[in-house]
Design a protein around this ligand. Structure first.
Ligand code: COD
Ligand code: ATP
Length: 236
């Protein structure tokens, strides 16, 4: 199985690129969706977070007020670290299960869309790593426009992540999303060819088909050895 890492900065265009993958039949595991699930009312993540941050972060219906919690953690690094520490085990296992389900379905190439791929050291499980890069001013403007947020809050969110240029240096593939959507789609076409190139033997071994082939090989080997052994015992 080939697990492609897709990352970047906040509002750099990861969802835009992951939608292009989905439109081309490549399944995507979205870490933001997993992170939402593990914070739903009544879950283990919800209980831990409410215990640590207090009931004042809850809405009337008992769900976490995400905007309120966001304002707290994106302006305070130690509170953000606490939230990350509380949710990390739930997010990692959630991602693992999503990958496992796709493996069971027989998917050969999948994309992991994880904003904090490098920060959470999940980059070691993915190859190649695609970084969606955008120039800083465009990133700020797109973020403010999309979330309707003030410049100060948008900057807090951007500064809560590893510098986007550092991520770019760690990438195997860079998509520059500073221009139009058409320009991004042009780059994406070449990226798709690379991502869908034939699997290496190691990647094939990690697919469901590869695992069954290896198992069949071992069973045939054992049967062949036992038949040779039985023949020798009968003769002697
Ligand atoms: C603080 C929360 C409630 C704010 O929710 P909100 O709906 O406003 O934002 P959303 O979850 O859609 O995230 C938007 C973007 O913010 C960035 N972001 C989210 N969490 C973090 C974080 N802990 N550190 C840095 N950036 C983050 C990501 O780029 C993400 O794509 C939420 O982001 C959260 O629970 N974060 C902690 C979980 C986490 O680490 N998620 C990232 C998945 S790897
Ligand atoms: N090339 C582009 N031209 C114009 N607008 C764009 C372009 N790419 C993305 N956008 C817009 O910028 C915003 C951020 O893009 P997107 O949601 O894909 O980023 P993201 O990296 O997934 O964000 P997050 O980290 O918050 O999940 C969206 O409103 C999107 O429509």
């Amino acid at each position: 199985m080939r697990i492609v890492g897709l990352t970047g900065g906040i509002a750099s265009g990861k969802s835009t690129v992951s939608n292009l993958f989905k439109a081309n039949g490549v399944p995507v595991v979205d870490a933001d969706l997993v992170a939402r699930d593990v914070l739903r009312k009544g879950t283990g993540g919800w209980r831990r977070v409410v215990k640590a941050f207090g009931e004042e972060i809850l809405q009337d219906d008992g769900e976490v007020d995400r905007a309120k919690l966001g304002l707290i953690v994106f302006s305070n690094p130690s509170k953000r670290q606490l939230l990350n520490k509380l949710l990390a085990p739930f997010i990692s296992s959630g991602i693992f299960w999503e990958v496992f389900k796709l493996w069971m379905k027989g998917s050969k190439v999948i994309v992991l869309d994880v904003p904090l791929l490098f920060e959470a050291k999940m980059d070691r499980w993915t190859k190649p790593i695609i970084v969606v890069w955008v120039d800083p001013e465009t990133q700020l403007q797109r973020l403010m426009k999309r979330d309707g947020s003030a410049e100060e809050h948008a900057r807090d969110r951007i500064n809560a992540q590893m510098d986007l240029d550092d991520k770019k240096r760690k990438a195997d593939i860079v998509i520059n999303n500073s221009g139009s959507l058409e320009e991004t789609k042009d780059q994406f076409r070449d990226v798709l060819v690379q991502v869908l190139s034939p699997l290496s033997w190691t990647e094939f071994g990690l697919t469901r088909g590869g695992a069954f082939a290896a198992l069949a090989f071992v069973i045939v080997g054992i049967l062949a050895c036992s038949s040779i052994y039985n023949n020798n015992v009968t003769r002697s």
